[in-house]
Ligand binder design. Structure first.
Ligand code: ATP
Ligand code: MG
Length: 342
């Protein structure tokens, strides 16, 4: 049976998740590759390569081949997908059909890159699905009816805001501002305010442990280590949760703005549905403390974070794979999408 050879790939900026129809999630790896600069050969991919980030000698580069939800390094992405397919499908005579999720704002050129990378990596046919559609299905929403639902998928490199109805995207906006932008904001803010340079890992730890985008009832603090820009020596700093809200303000405002602009463009009947159904948040970035409260207070619409937010797109893809037989492979039909949008 060919079905067993079908693969779903959530090709994320931070994480790649592989799913099959029968087994669900079968692999989850950071989307990082390490390569030899001289030969261009891939040395490691996934978690082994992630451990090398920021710690490589001059001849090795560890990079994220996807940025802002789309391919930024074609060859590295292709090799990464190839390695993953090899890992999960052994002794295969039949090449797999592959379903890949892409941000709703993807351009046709970017779509082609995803398709070509997967074909070169060993896929027989490539099908694309829009991430917010998969996210909604994976979050357990019934989007098949003529009723509006609003999903905000906050990943690492892209935030996808979409109003869905009748199984498709009615209005959407994707911006290249998401989880990673919060880490960068912390680094920038602490550097400016405290003359302290902190690394990405420290910023990520700080964000996850005490970081928030909405005031907490009880303030929390955390001690972090960095390098003083004054002395060049290691130095410690205590950061409070309130300070993180300040640091995050610009980034969270951009996300709120994207939600507002989608709501403004959405037909009034669907907005009324959304107001009734509430907003659903998916993606790892939505786990930043207080995102549901912030969005709720900015929109006056009830907002909840989906269970297993980071895996909603993957779960949705498992379901989508049942429809592979009826789907068309190749780029999403842009013309049809435009028509739907009216
Ligand atoms: N508990 C948490 N608190 C704050 N942020 C978190 C938490 N858990 C994960 N994140 C953030 O979620 C992001 C990863 O989310 P996700 O796996 O959905 O992204 P992705 O699908 O790889 O990226 P994209 O969809 O943008 O291509 C990272 O920026 C990470 O820092
Ligand atoms: Mg994602």
């Amino acid at each position: 049976m060919i079905f067993g050879r079908d693969l779903g790939i959530d090709l994320g900026t931070a994480t790649v998740v592989l799913v099959t129809r029968g087994k669900g999630v079968i692999a989850r790896e950071p989307s990082v590759v390490a390569m030899d600069r001289a030969t261009g050969k891939i040395l490691k991919s996934g978690s082994a390569a992630e451990r090398m980030l920021g710690r490589t000698p001059g001849n090795i580069a560890a990079i994220h081949p996807l940025q802002g939800g789309v391919i930024s390094d074609f060859e590295m992405t292709q090799s990464m997908i190839g390695e993953l397919i090899k890992k999960v499908i052994s002794f295969s005579l039949v090449k797999p059909r592959v379903l890949i999720s892409v941000p709703s704002g993807i351009t046709e050129v970017e779509e082609r890159a995803v398709i070509d990378a997967a074909i070169n990596a060993g896929a027989r046919k490539v099908y694309l699905c829009e991430a917010p559609v998969a996210a909604a299905v994976g979050a357990g929403l019934d989007i098949s009816k003529a009723e509006g639902n609003l999903v905000v998928d906050i990943g690492a490199g892209t935030t996808d805001v979409a109003v869905l109805s009748l199984g498709g995207v009615v209005r959407s906006k994707s911006i290249k501002v998401a989880g990673d932008a919060f880490d960068e904001a912390l680094i920038k803010n602490i550097r400016k305010k405290n003359n302290l340079l902190i690394g990405k890992t420290t910023a990520e730890e700080l964000k996850r442990s005490i970081g928030c985008v909405f005031p907490k009832t009880e303030e929390q603090t955390m001690e972090i280590k960095g390098r003083s820009l004054m002395t060049g020596l290691p130095s410690n700093l205590t950061v409070s949760s309130t300070e993180t809200i300040e640091a995050f303000d610009e980034v969270s405002s951009e996300i709120i703005e994207a939600i507002h602009s989608v709501l403004e463009e959405t037909p009034p009947e669907l907005v009324a549905d959304v107001a009734g159904n509430g907003i659903v948040l998916t993606g790892g970035g939505s786990l930043l403390w207080g995102f549901d409260r912030l969005i709720e207070s900015a929109t006056s619409i009830k907002t909840r974070i989906a269970d297993d937010a980071e895996l909603c797109v993957s779960y949705g893809m498992v379901k989508k794979m049942e429809e592979l037989g009826e789907m068309e492979d190749g780029p999403l039909n842009l013309a049809r999408r435009r028509q739907l949008r009216g």
